[in-house]
Design a protein around this ligand. Structure first.
Ligand code: SF4
Ligand code: SF4
Length: 339
């Protein structure tokens, strides 16, 4: 029977008392280290608890690893030779293939990173891509894409990426994608725990290989502006009492992520602090390829109708409803009471 991974944490103490072990290798390609920063900020569990209580043995990590130079190279060779078992390969950052498909733009441990990834992915128990760059190319893959960046198993919305459409790891799963710019720390740690305790087979993934536990709800679910969305009351950056969909490009109704249910730093989210959701967990990110004038701006037909409407709605139905709500007197009431 399939379960939701959060059930694991209703038995947190039970899991902690059992003995599990998983060797993790974390590598970075075309990355800003944002996902590493997010990971190091994890709270439930913390990174230290992952190691002491949940049996994660981090073989090497570019920020925290003690080994340097030849030592890292020797470790990678030992993994490939089968002397060291690698249960989880975590990859952060885009897979750089440039120039001309040589990968030499991203050298690591004396050879192109893409050559290491090609070989390591064949011996990995599971492969986890963390952040938009690793999942589908992210910002580095925006045209003209001079580094020839792509994601591990997707290039934007298209399945394939670097490892190919049919890749599965030794554990029998394709690349598990945890997107975000960066990914929420809980999304990362809970998937790593699920693997380390042998429960990853219970985690459902969607068409983009995202764990459904975190990427089924929309960002809008739990947003404190939903009444304003329903009543078509416009908001703006930092201004309470309005929805950010109509003018400043909030993608909350089109973006699957748990940002308003599993809050960031246990405190808040972008939209709760009146900042538009950029849709960073969707494979189209960065949307409109960062075209001038498209960021923090709602793209419209004829300057009036939003080009993209909430997922699951037809444009005609949405436009009719929006027009009706715009002239309803409740708009004034909501605006006034939320100042
Ligand atoms: S601010 Fe964004 S997420 Fe919140 S209700 Fe408006 S469109 Fe939805
Ligand atoms: S609110 Fe939107 S842009 Fe912000 S982290 Fe969540 S999905 Fe990404």
């Amino acid at each position: 029977m399939k379960i939701e991974i959060f059930l694991l944490f209703s038995n947190l103490n039970l899991i902690k008392t059992q003995h599990f072990m998983a060797n993790v290798l974390w590598l970075q390609g075309g990355a800003c280290s944002g996902n590493t920063m997010s990971f190091l900020n994890a709270e439930e569990p913390t990174v230290v608890e992952l190691i002491t209580d949940f049996g994660l043995n981090i073989l090497w990590h570019p920020t925290t690893g003690l080994q340097i130079g030849d030592q890292v190279q020797d470790l990678l060779k030992d993994i490939l030779a089968g002397k060291v078992q690698m249960d989880i390969l975590v990859y952060e950052g885009s897979l750089i293939k440039g120039p001309n498909n040589t990968g030499t733009m991203n050298y690591f441990a004396d050879r192109p990173m893409m050559d290491w990834i090609k070989e390591l992915s064949k011996v990995a128990g599971y492969v986890v891509a963390i952040g938009d760059c690793a999942t589908w190319g992210g910002i580095p893959a925006v045209a003209p894409n001079p580094s020839e960046s792509t994601g591990l198993q997707f290039h934007k919305k298209n399945k394939g990426g670097f490892l190919g459409h049919d890749y599965v790891s030794k554990g029998g799963l394709p690349v598990i994608n945890i997107p975000g710019c960066p990914a929420h720390p809980d999304w990362i740690t809970q998937i790593l725990v699920a693997i380390s305790v042998g429960r990853i087979g219970d985690v459902l993934i969607d068409e983009f290989h995202r764990p459904k536990t975190f990427f089924t709800d929309f960002v809008q679910d739990g947003c404190t502006n939903v009444t304003n969305f329903a009543q078509k009351v416009d908001g703006n950056f930092g201004k309470r009492g309005g929805c950010l969909f109509y003018e400043v490009g909030c993608r909350g109704p089109m973006t699957r992520a748990s940002c308003n249910n599993i809050l960031w730093n246990r405190q808040s989210s972008k939209t709760r602090s009146n900042h538009p959701c950029l849709g960073c967990t969707e494979p189209g990110f960065p949307h409109n390829d960062l075209m001038k004038g498209s960021v923090f701006k709602t793209m419209k037909h004829l300057g009036v109708f939003p080009k993209e409407v909430p997922t699951g709605r037809t444009k005609l139905a949405y436009y009719m409803e929006a027009g009706f709500q715009k002239v309803m007197p409740t708009n004034k009431r909501v605006t006034e009471t939320s100042k």
